[in-house]
Design a protein around this ligand. Sequence first.
Ligand code: 2AM
Ligand code: CA
Length: 297
Amino acid sequence: MALVGRSAQEPASARRTSAAGPTPLETHAPMAATALMNVMIGAARKAGRSLTRDFGEVENLQVSVKGPGNFVSAADHKAEEIIYGELAKARPGYSFLMEERGVVVGADQSHRWIVDPLDGTTNFLHGVPLFAISIGLEREGQLVAGVVYSPVTDELFTAEKGKGAFLNDRRRLRVAARKSLADALVTTGIPHLGRPGHAVFLNEISGVLKEVAGVRRTGSAALDLAWTAAGRFDAYWERNIQPWDTAAGIVLVREAGGTISDLSGGSAMFEKTEVLATNAALHKPLLRLLAEAPAAA
Ligand code: 2AM
Ligand code: CA
């Protein structure tokens, strides 16, 4: 994603709240990862080491006249090349959809990796450690596996369809159990400078702020989804969001028992480039609240 025209974003924190706090996470012995998961985790960790090294340099570059923009673009591309190389080596022929490289049609079109090598680029650029690598896998058009890796915190969120979602291989992820909007901590994305949708967003946020306990904005859709899967956030919605931002996180949320849809309640998240992720109890109330926001021009 081009860095030109990006504005600073506010970092948000995921403060745990209230008596009805996140469902306690079960701790397991380390899971025996499947061969597929090992491939995805290996690629994410290798790219994570590269991003961590480059993130260390970003701080030094804040004071230079040109700023770290070009350096961050290079870090982003380097991470993508690492992931592309690792995945292509392990699963020759699979197709790709990558944020920087775009579409790569492989000999095997029934499998498609959907990859964001650096989600939260604006944070990375500003030295804010909220960013992640996101790798999803589609089989016959169905999302079947996802990995979201936060290199700075070394948190690895993994999920395979039908096998559950896990944090660092041992903690089973579950969405939060809160049933009331008034208790809910909700995360969202704010359209960036030069992007459409500011007026709609302001209408939506004004409705949501009146009903929920609090709102956060991390600047990384992949982390928003992973943290919703982990029950840290109760809900997440965003418009103008791309498949590489959400593919892995969709699997995480589903496997953590959450509900994920487009903003009409359907499953066209990629086509409509919009998403709402919650637990089952909060889904309908939030869909209604967002639908009530007048779609200002
Ligand atoms: P990115 O960092 O990979 O681009 C947060 O709202 C989401 O918006 C992030 O997942 C982020 O992904 C994306 N984003 C950040 N800056 C953007 C921009 N200028 N245009 C479009 N999307 C952006
Ligand atoms: Ca992204």
